[in-house]
Design a protein around this ligand. Structure first.
Ligand code: NDP
Length: 292
């Protein structure tokens, strides 16, 4: 008799909670672990997963992590390495260099590491339609793909170790740029007395639209809810990762650098408790114009 294969999800935060909820459809035995144990127990009750200890989680055949930073994942792997023959799928938005390091460390243990960050916000995690950008060994990717499929709308293998993290950092810097540029545009329109909801409707049927204009601006900024699903400090981290890449490559990319400065106007300690959309409040303060 062959034992049923297992998949463990580590980190049941805003994203992980929903992502792990789709894993039972893989047909594998689903284990969940969270630093705050109560959340894992609630997950098990809600989605018929199994709350386990970290020691049990890292014995799984497939391990998926979704933690705030690469440093958190490195720490976890150093204290609780996975078993030989396993696949570690890291959905954290992390640092490319760390992916290369972890890939080497796990290879020595006979295990494969894939950087597999996700995009699509909590709503995409809930619906199981996330975009997953994967870096690492192609063969390992093919073997891990059916598990990733559980919460994905699109899965792309984008290159070697760290490539997934690099694509994610650039994507989020673009998201920040779109949000900031839109906020600047609406600031001048408000100053000229234009109704912002009407302006946004025009933009959303014109060439200036983006997912920030189609979703975030109306749903979080204009209605002043700034509903938190993605913490601003995590976006600051992602822009920082992109800026490090630019420095390593010695490129001159001024708009990305400017975004780092603008999104850092709200201090990290405060940014932790704010949604990323609240970054536009810095612009509102400077110009004394509220986007409502
Ligand atoms: P959250 O802050 O909501 O959740 C973080 C999770 O990690 C929690 O389960 C937390 O446990 C756990 N955790 C934090 N630190 C540690 C640690 N040192 N050791 C073990 N567990 C730890 O974050 P998100 O779910 O929003 O984000 C997770 C990752 O996904 C980030 O890299 C983020 O950039 C990325 N991301 C987020 C998106 C979003 O819309 N929120 C979209 C796409 C990517 P505990 O419950 O104990 O606090």
């Amino acid at each position: 008799m062959t034992l049923k294969q297992t998949v463990a999800f580590i980190g049941l935060g805003a994203m992980g909670w929903h992502m792990a909820s789709h894993l039972p459809k893989t047909g594998l035995e689903v284990l969940v672990w969270n630093r705050t144990e109560e959340k894992a127990k609630q997950h098990a009750t809600t989605f018929l997963t199994q709350a386990v200890s970290i020691e049990q989680a890292v014995q799984a055949d497939f391990i998926i992590s979704c933690l705030p930073t690469s440093a958190d994942v490195e720490q976890l792997i150093a204290s609780h390495p996975p078993k030989s023959g396993s696949f570690w799928i890291d959905c954290t938005s992390g640092v490319p260099e760390s992916a290369q390091k972890l890939s080497d460390v796990l290879a020595q243990l006979g295990s494969a590491y894939l950087d597999a960050p996700v995009s699509g916000q909590t709503i995409g995690a809930e619906k199981g339609t996330l975009t997953v950008m994967v870096g690492g060994d192609v063969l390992a990717f093919e073997q891990a793909k059916p598990v990733i499929q559980a919460f994905a709308g699109l899965i792309e293998h984008v290159g070697g170790s760290g490539a997934g993290f690099a694509v994610k950092a650039v994507n989020n810097t673009l998201m920040a740029t779109h949000l900031w540029a839109l906020a600047e545009g609406l600031t001048v329109l408000k100053s000229k007395g234009v109704d912002l909801a009407s302006a946004l409707s025009c933009i959303n049927h014109s060439s200036g639209k983006s997912s920030m204009s189609e979703n975030i601006m109306a749903q979080r900024v204009l209605n002043r809810s700034f509903n938190k699903t993605f913490a601003l400090d995590l976006l600051q981290k992602d822009i920082g990762i992109a800026i490090d890449l630019i420095q390593q490559e010695q490129l001159q990319l001024p708009a990305m650098r400017m975004m780092q400065e603008q999104f850092a106007l709200i201090e990290k300690s405060q940014a932790q408790s704010l949604d990323f959309s609240a970054a536009v409040q810095s612009l509102e303060k400077i110009n004394q114009i509220e986007l409502s």
